[in-house]
Design a protein around this ligand. Structure first.
Ligand SMILES: CCc1ccc([C@H](C)CC(=O)N[C@@H]2O[C@H](CO)[C@@H](O)[C@H](O)[C@H]2O)cc1
Length: 822
């Protein structure tokens, strides 16, 4: 006799203060095994997290049930990175439990904010690409679209950045040290993943060759599920992150033979695969472990998704059941992996297998930097994944046949388009493999997608013009407005209602209020309150005393020369030079506080030099009475999602100053505009679309556009000429070279200065004058407070387009063809 409760649908605890208190104390007492009176903050935080999870579990199970029964097509988002940010606040928001939780905890003598601050953010990503993945899965859940996010559960995420004498020092990110209450392990669903070995090919009497992979070693992939709750809609999608373990954790015979270290070597070897995130965000190191990571999570994910369809599922119908979205080239090994499964395990012939595979994938490219495009050496690929290399060769042969038919005798084109490159060594161009296999290839902003068509993948665009589309990036308004900026969110809701949170283009209804003095005052109030909140955070976090009556000029993003943090620095040093040289009276300078946030890839020397220089300039400027009250430069360490949530709402000016044609899109630019900061920027990435929507009067444009950059590059760019011909630029660079920011030592920053004067690949010197002129316009505009506020309001009102919900609508319409499941 089945117990009635066993059949009953899972019901969440009552969403009342009493219900919440009961659930919380139950978790504290039974799961943490402590009484409230003796509980640690981490006990309280963990119990709180489990309590919130319990409120969402019923929805999670219901979503899964509906998904299994519905057999609807879903998105499988394959990403090597997810920059999730803290979970507690977002889950409380999604479940509409904020007030209940706050009151319930208060009634237990606890503070919700104190417990929220206890959470360590999962830093399972480097920057833009990883955060975009997190915004996308949030939007799909909120839009009721079936989606499973697949990735890697790195034991160590992006390094923690500290500064020692102004220089970046990396610390390991042991984010799991106190456990992670938001994940649920499923060791019973572990997947075995093979590596190495050789391929045995037998040809039968009919001359049909069948290849069998004889792997050398294997590991286990253990899935950890993390909830992805939709906003107030009762849906909870899943993020499934894979952790590597040894198939045989412990070899007793070797142990008994006394070689204890050897006995567990397999375990450590296996665990290495998901041990740590590679901290590069633009230059692949081509390391074997990185390829192991990529194949590991892809093999686990494909196996998992296919097994979940049930053993009687006909794989011919796979394209109707799923679209595997490739988040850049990092997961593209999934293409030969699916072919291997279909041919070697399921007995499909090549053409049938390709007919299925070539309908299951789509590829998003996130970069324009040639050095960021992954090319895996045939030597390494052949050693680690010999069967996959064979399959890639065959895909290439079949593909080049298509090219040859279309352009007979165009051997140069064949060489240019081949997935296999011969120079500098034999390698596999992963972006080409993704382009050949994908049903669609998209860039992440209109300009980027155009440059992919016209330049980076031009040959392919000529062959398959319809394959190349654009989907401009977006950001989730739940985390980056509702959660990060309650002051502004409440003002917006009080003015136009609540609908904007899931229909962001409704912000347009705010535009008329730009002409309303009271609304402008309230808007400024919110901005000022956010400056106070930021000051309080930076004081405790970094010992920084942030002026709250200055214009807040913010540049936060990964440190990379193409993003041109050096140009921002030249502006600051030039302002300082003008004052200390008496060319400008400090009293005439608009009080500005410059805030940087940026991590440099540990191996990126020049980036680290630039970080050192920024900190040293700050040290000198902040302690020089000549500019006291006028200029401040701060660089809080360890920029991450949590700091972004506090920094962005407080900003007045958003620095988006990359060399035109370099930044694929940018997403920080969108977050700043939606939080009422005005952009100073080049016509690069999504800046172009922001400027079009907010209007030229509400955007400080400067510098060359992409065609001008290309022309100057073609003509030959000589940065030294700009240094020699522009006295203000010369004075600025000379001040740095003079040792003013390095205790008089000329050598410390010589590499930075000489790189700019003699190399300057990203043309900072060429755009300097235009940038300085634009900054003067910023000063003038900021002096007219009402006009500035009006412009800031129009930035918010006209940027609803940059919601990741809209991006998802485009992916669904142009690529996926999935439908919401209500
Ligand atoms: C293999 C090393 C590596 C790792 C990560 C990457 C990412 C593609 C770099 C990245 O994060 N790109 C950023 O993606 C954002 C989301 O689309 C864009 O908004 C940024 O412009 C782009 O730089 C490239 C190469």
């Amino acid at each position: 006799q089945t117990h009635p409760l066993a059949l009953a649908p899972v019901t969440p605890p009552p969403p009342t203060v009493d219900g919440f208190v009961k659930e919380f104390l139950h978790e504290l007492n039974t799961d943490q095994g402590v009484a409230l009176s003796r509980s640690s903050i981490n006990d309280q935080y963990t119990a709180l997290a489990h309590t919130v999870r319990n409120y969402l579990t019923a929805r999670w199970l219901e979503t899964g049930r509906k998904q299994r029964e519905g057999h609807t097509k879903s998105v499988a988002y394959l990403s090597a990175e997810y920059l999730l940010g803290r979970q507690l606040g977002n889950n409380l928001l999604a479940a509409n439990l904020n007030d209940v939780a706050r009151k319930a905890l208060e009634s237990c003598g606890l503070s919700l904010d104190t417990l929220r601050a206890q959470e360590v953010e999962p830093g399972l990503g480097n920057g833009g690409l990883g955060r975009l993945a997190a915004c996308f899965i949030d939007s799909l859940a909120t839009m009721n679209v079936p989606c499973v996010g697949y990735g890697i559960r790195y034991e160590y995420g992006i390094f923690r950045q500290t500064f020692v004498n102004g220089e970046q020092v990396e610390q390991p990110d042991s984010w799991l040290a106190l456990g992670n209450p938001w994940e649920i392990a499923h060791p019973e669903a572990a997947v075995k993943v093979n590596f190495g070995g050789r391929v045995e090919t037998v040809t039968d009497e009919a001359g049909v060759a069948t290849s069998t992979w004889v792997p050398e070693w294997n590991v286990l992939g253990v899935p950890y599920n993390i909830m992805v709750p939709g906003y107030l809609n009762g849906r909870v999608n899943t993020l499934r992150l894979w952790s590597a373990q040894a198939t045989q954790a412990f070899d007793l015979s070797i142990f008994n033979a006394g070689d204890y270290a050897q006995a567990v070597r397999a375990q450590t070897f296996a665990e290495n695969i998901s041990k740590v995130l590679y901290p590069e965000d633009s230059t692949p190191q081509g390391k074997e472990l990185r390829l192991q990571q990529q194949y590991f999570f892809v093999a686990c994910s494909l196996r998992d998704f296919i097994d979940n369809q049930g053993e009687d599922f006909d794989l011919r119908d796979l394209p109707e059941r799923v679209i595997f979205q490739l988040n850049d080239t990092h997961p593209v090994i999934a293409v030969p992996e699916l072919m291997r499964i279909l041919i070697d395990e399921r007995g499909f012939d090549w053409n049938d297998a390709w007919a299925i595979t070539s309908k299951c994938f789509a590829y998003t490219c996130h970069t324009l930097l040639p050095e960021a495009l992954e090319v895996w050496s045939v030597e390494l690929l052949g050693r680690l994944l010999p069967r996959h290399l064979e399959i890639i060769y065959r895909i290439n042969t079949e593909f080049l046949e298509v090219v040859r038919e279309r352009w007979p005798d165009d051997y140069l084109r064949l060489g240019r388009m081949s997935i296999v490159t011969e120079y500098p060594e034999r390698g596999i161009r992963m972006a080409y493999l993704a382009t050949v296999a994908g049903i669609k290839v998209n860039g992440v902003a209109a300009l980027h997608s155009q440059l992919l068509r016209d330049k980076v993948l031009n040959d392919f665009a000529e062959l398959w013009p319809d394959k190349f589309i654009n989907v401009t990036n977006g950001v989730t308004p739940r985390r980056f407005m509702k959660l990060a900026n309650p002051h502004l969110s409440d003002l917006i809701t009080d003015t136009i209602g609540t609908g904007w949170v899931t229909d962001l283009e409704r912000l347009e209804e705010l535009a008329p209020y730009a002409d309303d003095a009271d609304f402008r005052a309230a808007f400024r109030e919110a901005k000022h309150a956010n400056k106070i909140r930021l000051r309080d955070r930076l004081r405790v976090r970094d010992g920084i005393e942030l002026p709250t009556d200055h214009m807040l000029d913010v540049m936060v993003k990964r440190l990379h020369e193409y993003k041109r943090q050096t140009l921002k620095l030249l502006h600051i040093v030039s302002l300082y030079e003008q004052i200390i040289s008496g060319k400008v009276d400090a009293a005439d300078v608009t009080p500005r506080t410059f805030v940087f946030g940026a991590k440099a890839a540990p191996g990126y020397r020049m980036a680290k030099n630039i970080i050192h220089l920024i900190n040293n300039v700050g040290e000198v400027v902040n302690n020089d009475p000549a500019v006291e009250g006028r200029l401040k430069v701060f660089f809080p360490a360890n920029y991450n999602v949590t700091l972004a949530e506090r920094l962005i709402p407080a900003a007045d000016l958003s620095e988006q100053i990359s060399l035109a044609g370099m930044e694929a899109s940018g997403t920080g630019n969108m977050k700043f505009a939606l939080n009422g900061a005005i952009t100073i920027g080049t016509d690069d990435g999504a800046n172009v679309e922001i400027r079009k929507l907010v209007g030229d009067d509400n955007f400080f444009l400067f510098g060359m556009d992409e065609p001008q950059v290309a022309a100057l590059g073609a003509k030959g760019y000589h940065p030294g000429e700009y240094y020699e011909s522009d006295p203000r630029l010369k004075a600025t660079l000379d001040l740095i070279a003079s040792g003013t920011f390095s205790n008089g030592d000329h050598q410390t920053f010589e590499p930075v200065v000489s790189n700019l004067v003699h190399n300057d690949r990203f043309m900072a010197l060429a755009d300097f004058t235009s940038y300085i002129e634009a900054q003067a316009k910023v000063d003038a505009a900021y002096a007219d407070t009402e006009a500035w506020t009006r412009s800031a309001i129009l930035n918010v009102a006209r940027c609803g387009f940059f919601s990741s919900d809209r991006s998802m609508k485009d992916y669904i319409k142009l690529i996926w063809g999935t439908n919401p499941v209500l």
